[in-house]
Design a protein around this ligand. Structure first.
Ligand code: SAM
Ligand code: SF4
Length: 429
């Protein structure tokens, strides 16, 4: 969401003739798109403030803006350290903030209808909603991002059609809780079906899903397949019902597992990931063991494991954060070890298979990775340098591939030759 916000800010700035600076030291304007989910992200702002202070001594024209997800307390704290604090919903006003003579007369409307300056030429983030109504007890999002607002399906479809026309291969439908999308006429399942019907060769992904709203209708829509990829991030947050209740999550582990079972049955080969918080206030060793059991049972392909960090203003911040940092680290390690085993088993199923991979980037092969004997004419390269490309399968598994051709942004067919927990190796066929 931060990247997506930054792409809209870039577009607003280009509309008033700003150009991207190559280095921070060359910039006349720096806009920081802040994240408040964890304290560590907020702490990074302090480091930036110091950097900006030094830059300002060399460039008196430099202006700084803070926007993104900001809670009230940080707003007050950072107000004096930036030239402007701009609510994310007000980014259309940046031109008039920088130059009051540009004051807009008309109603500027929702910021999500700004055409973004996409940072990739083949993968695009398309927000379908913003904000959150759920108030999970640990989470700052409803305070930093306000209540849910869905974008009209017509607008989303127009944006995706335009992207596909321009050769985009991957569309991420974004929202804090995409499953509660509603524009008055359509729910999330309808929207997915509509995007799936757009002609062209592209993949549809979406995030985040909330288990309480992830229902049979969405499972059945995912099972249609087509452009909808067989991958789901379904954040469990904990494997213990009592902890889930204290987190205000509104589902039980039985509900969660039922949904996973249905998914696996209807979409064989689907890859599943989750988000987990370890060391939530009061989480006992026994309750944590239930999360470890959930990991062993579901056999996740990936998990984003977070050590609980108290966020001021949330309900959980009033609870006693009584799990020591060392113990949180231990719990994270235990889950990572289980994950490595289940992800490896999942990855090994790909060996020998032919799959499509969307190529996202490359790294120059190191000396040891270079083949000693290569036919230069055959590989069509004048430099002799071999590249290791990396991309993802439609199930979101990372794949490394050697190729001399420029395959960036293309969906290529590869044969999987090796498997590690989180990376596959493959050859182009
Ligand atoms: N909307 C998604 C959901 O319902 O699960 C999650 C979005 S949240 C912005 C991203 C992730 O950050 C969460 O899944 C959670 O694991 C993590 N997170 C949020 N608040 C946290 C906190 N106070 N401490 C540690 N991790 C946190
Ligand atoms: Fe935060 Fe997600 Fe809960 Fe909303 S649903 S409060 S974004 S964790």
């Amino acid at each position: 969401m931060n990247i997506s916000d930054a792409e809209r800010i870039a577009s607003v700035l280009e509309s008033i003739k700003y150009k991207p600076a190559l280095k921070m030291s060359e910039a006349d304007l720096i806009v920081v798109t802040m994240c408040s989910v964890r304290q560590s992200a907020v702490d990074r702002i302090h480091g930036l403030i110091e950097k900006f202070r030094k830059l300002k001594t060399k460039n008196y024209k430099l202006q700084t803006i803070l926007t993104g997800c900001i809670i009230k307390k940080d707003r007050i704290k950072f107000e004096k350290s930036f030239d402007y604090l701009v609510d994310i919903k007000d980014i259309k006003k940046i031109p008039e903030i920088l130059n009051p003579s540009l004051r807009a007369k008309r109603n500027l409307g929702n910021y999500l209808d700004i055409t973004p300056k996409y940072s990739s030429k083949f993968s695009a983030n398309v927000p379908i909603m913003t904000g959150c109504n759920n108030f999970c007890s640990y989470c700052v999002v409803p305070y930093a991002r306000d209540r849910e607002v869905s974008r009209p399906a017509k607008e989303v479809i127009a944006e995706v059609k335009n992207l596909v026309r321009n050769g985009y291969k991957e569309i991420w439908l974004l929202g804090q809780n995409v499953n509660s999308y509603k524009d008055g006429k359509n729910n999330f399942s309808n929207l997915l079906k509509m995007v799936n019907k757009i002609p062209g060769e592209f993949w549809i992904r979406f995030t985040s899903s909330h288990p309480k709203d992830f229902n049979d209708e969405v499972i059945n829509t995912m099972a249609i397949g087509g452009k909808i990829t067989p991958y789901l991030n379904l954040p469990a947050q904990s494997g213990d019902d009592k902890v889930l209740k204290s987190m205000n999550r509104h589902y039980t582990i039985k509900d969660y597992k039922n949904k996973i079972e249905k998914l696996k049955k209807k979409i064989p080969g689907i890859a599943i990931s989750t988000d987990i918080i370890v060391g939530f206030p009061g989480e006992t060793k026994k309750q944590f063991e239930n999360t470890a059991k959930l990991f062993r049972d579901v056999k996740y392909d990936m998990a984003y494991i977070n050590k609980y960090s108290p966020r001021i203003g949330t309900a959980a911040a009033k609870l006693n954060d009584n799990v020591l940092w060392e113990e949180k680290k231990r719990r994270e390690k235990v889950l990572t070890e289980i994950l490595k085993q289940t992800a490896l088993k999942g990855s090994q199923k790909y060996i020998g298979k032919t799959v499509d991979v969307l190529i996202e980037g490359k790294k120059q092969a190191s000396e040891s990775e270079r083949s000693p004997v290569v036919n230069r004419a055959k590989r069509g390269s004048t430099t002799g340098a071999k590249n290791i490309w990396f991309g993802r399968t439609n199930t979101y598994k990372v794949v490394k591939i050697e190729s001399f051709k420029n395959i960036l942004g293309k969906i290529v067919k590869v044969k999987i030759t090796e498997a590690q927990p989180f990376t596959l190796k493959a050859k182009i066929i």
